[in-house]
Design a protein around this ligand. Structure first.
Ligand SMILES: NC(=O)c1ccc[n+]([C@@H]2O[C@H](COP(=O)([O-])OP(=O)(O)OC[C@H]3O[C@@H](n4cnc5c(N)ncnc54)[C@H](OP(=O)(O)O)[C@@H]3O)[C@@H](O)[C@H]2O)c1
Length: 301
């Protein structure tokens, strides 16, 4: 496994040449964790794309393509996205397929529809535009869950999805997510969890671990609200003891220290931020006592 220092040297080497074609840059061995049901390794830091995709119509696809290359060349693989307007979906597909990037990704998409026919139509469209079957398809926010879950099972049986699951992003939905997990034993779930939003560690995360379900984490930075909170506050000196060098890494290290977590999705529009987030995967993680101190710090900010 590469050390964090080796990773940064690799990254520095290729970011100095931003016009490199896809696949030309060195790939580093990003730390990974196995998907419990299959053992397939997944890099532990992934990319959420909501904001980047929402800017595509206005800004074009070049920045997004650079972001995707940064992820892959930094050793990451997991890209989480979801269908939106026709224009945004077409531009997303164009960026994903540029230079064959999508073939190297673990592509997580969602169904965001009501009714079985609408769900199937959305999945067909996504598959066509993204140029590959999704590695993971999730029912977004448990919406129309019973119907869409049947559609996803149909899709998986037909080998049109490798894994299926569902997402929530609010503490209020954790009970419903746990009911779903107990009843359906999905391959994956996606849930909100961070050094501030800690509820999952007393419910959803231990349950997922017990039942062998892979976990993607969303809202590591509370969609940016976390950074408003820590702005102007000095990072505690003792963060260096677990190789943490920024507030972004403070929340990500907290998340990755939970053994039930398979991969944390960090949403960003900036390659620099993505590299910082990917770097969190290297080095030490906080122990239980340190996690307690981290929660305490956040109570006073
Ligand atoms: N129901 C659902 O299924 C659901 C709901 C919510 C989220 N999600 C998934 O989870 C992903 C992430 O969660 P989230 O949307 O709540 O976003 P998030 O990752 O918690 O926060 C994103 C914000 O953090 C900033 N940021 C990222 N890295 C940074 C860094 N190193 N330094 C400073 N600022 C940084 C970004 O700004 P910059 O662009 O300036 O970096 C952006 O404003 C989403 O993209 C989506 O894939 C799913």
């Amino acid at each position: 496994m590469l050390s964090r220092r080796d990773f940064l040297i690799h990254v520095a080497a290729w970011t100095a040449v931003p016009s490199l074609p896809a696949r030309a840059a060195p790939r580093s061995a990003h730390p990974s964790r196995p998907i419990p049901k299959t053992g397939e390794p997944l890099p532990v830091v992934g990319l959420g794309t909501t904001k980047a995709v929402s800017q595509l119509a206005e800004r074009g696809t070049s920045e997004f393509k650079m972001l995707l290359r940064t992820l892959l060349d930094g050793g990451g693989k997991v890209v989480d996205t979801w269908p939106r307007s026709a224009t945004q979906d077409e531009l997303t597909g164009e960026a994903l397929q540029a230079g064959g990037l999508v073939q190297d990704m673990f592509l997580a998409t969602k169904v965001d529809a009501v009714g079985a026919e609408a769900g199937r139509a959305m999945l067909e469209r996504t598959r066509r535009l993204y140029g590959k079957r999704s590695d993971l398809i999730q029912v977004i926010s448990l919406r129309d869950l019973k119907t869409q879950w049947s559609v996803l099972k149909e899709w998986k049986d037909a080998d049109k999805a490798r894994y299926i699951g569902a997402t929530v992003s609010s503490d209020a939905d954790h009970e419903a997510m746990m009911d779903f997990i107990r009843g359906e034993r999905p391959d994956f779930i996606q849930v909100n969890y961070s050094v501030v939003e800690t509820q999952a560690e007393t419910g959803v995360l231990p349950l997922a671990a017990d039942l062998g379900i892979a976990v993607l984490i969303n809202r590591p930075f509370m969609n940016g609200g976390y950074f408003s909170r820590v702005r102007g506050v000095a990072l505690p000196d003792w963060a260096a003891e677990f190789d943490c060098h920024s507030w972004a890494q403070f929340s990500l290290k907290y998340i990755l220290a939970h053994p039930a977590v398979t991969c944390v999705l960090t949403e960003t529009t900036k390659p620099k931020h993505l590299l910082e987030n990917l770097g969190t995967a290297y080095g030490r993680l906080p122990d239980a006592e340190t996690k307690r101190r981290m929660r305490e710090v956040m109570q006073f900010i």
